[in-house]
Ligand binder design. Structure first.
Ligand code: BTN
Length: 264
């Protein structure tokens, strides 16, 4: 059974001491909504909402990559979506910067090694602790990106459905202690702000940070891209083209996030 949360999120307690340039320019917290990504996409119509972050204590239609569901009991996770309008970098790089930012935030509260399984799974000891869903929305003269983030915080093992129990974890499970989501949320916004600026000014630094956390670098992978299967060793990441594999055929090939699924 989930414990009642005493760390309910509120704009004031997240914004307290927040020193960010863009992210968190406005913060809205919903008690319950469909998906924070959908709400954020509606706000993205107005360019004044650049940097807005929507949080929710509960989602009725939370979603992940590849049309999966993203479920969380009420007030147990950080569920949020940040709006970026016309950022000066590619979605590929945005997605990496977001993964690095989330990984760093989790590192600041958990002692165990935090890994990034490309593109956007944040893992501890082979179990998923957080996920990121980057979506875009064309505007009249611009494009908006919605960075949706889910971080498992207070879940106990039994809060996950049986299929997830062996492959998911939370901050409290890892720490054997109760975390404070308000502090984690504030740290997340600072970290996102920091790495999004780095993505625009110094993409190599984002890649360097990704390499530190990467669980795939140097590993043998099987993946499917546009319906075809490929096998090879992961030798790097290109900020524009995606994952770089040295294939068994000898060729080096890049695999774009949007078209690729890792099988093993
Ligand atoms: C994944 O790992 O597949 C991505 C999961 C992303 C989940 C978050 S929770 C907040 C935001 N709203 C959603 O509907 N999804 C993202």
């Amino acid at each position: 059974m989930s414990m009642p949360a005493i760390d309910l999120l509120a704009p004031d307690n997240i914004a307290k001491n927040l020193l960010t340039e863009i992210i968190g320019s406005k913060i809205i917290v919903y008690d319950n909504t469909s998906s924070t990504n959908d709400v954020a996409a509606r706000y993205a119509q107005n360019k004044e909402n650049h940097g807005l972050v929507i949080f929710a204590e509960q989602q009725t239609a939370g979603r992940g990559r590849n049309r999966s569901e993203w479920q969380s009991p009420k007030a147990q996770s950080i569920l949020c979506s940040a709006v970026l309008i016309g950022p000066q970098c590619t979605p590929e790089l945005l997605s990496l910067a977001a993964a690095v930012a989330v990984a760093q935030t989790i590192c600041s509260v958990v002692a165990n090694h935090v890994g990034i399984k490309w593109p956007n799974d944040i893992m501890i000891k082979n179990k998923k602790i957080a996920g990121i869903l980057l979506e875009s929305k064309p505007l009249q003269k611009n494009i908006a990106y919605i960075i949706g983030i889910g971080i498992n915080c207070h879940q106990k093992k039994n809060d996950f459905t049986p299929p997830l129990r062996q492959i998911a974890t939370s901050i409290d499970i890892e720490n054997k202690a109760t975390s404070d989501r308000r502090l984690i949320a504030a740290d997340l916004l600072s970290s996102l702000d920091h790495y999004l600026q780095i993505a625009q000014n110094n993409p190599d630094e984002v890649i360097a940070q990704w390499r530190k956390h990467s669980l795939l670098l140097g590993r043998r992978l099987t993946l499917v891209c546009d319906g075809r299967e490929f096998v090879g060793n992961c030798i790097g990441l290109d900020p524009h083209q995606g994952l770089v594999l040295q294939l068994d055929t000898g060729a080096v090939r890049m695999f774009h996030t949007a078209h690729t699924t890792i099988i093993s």
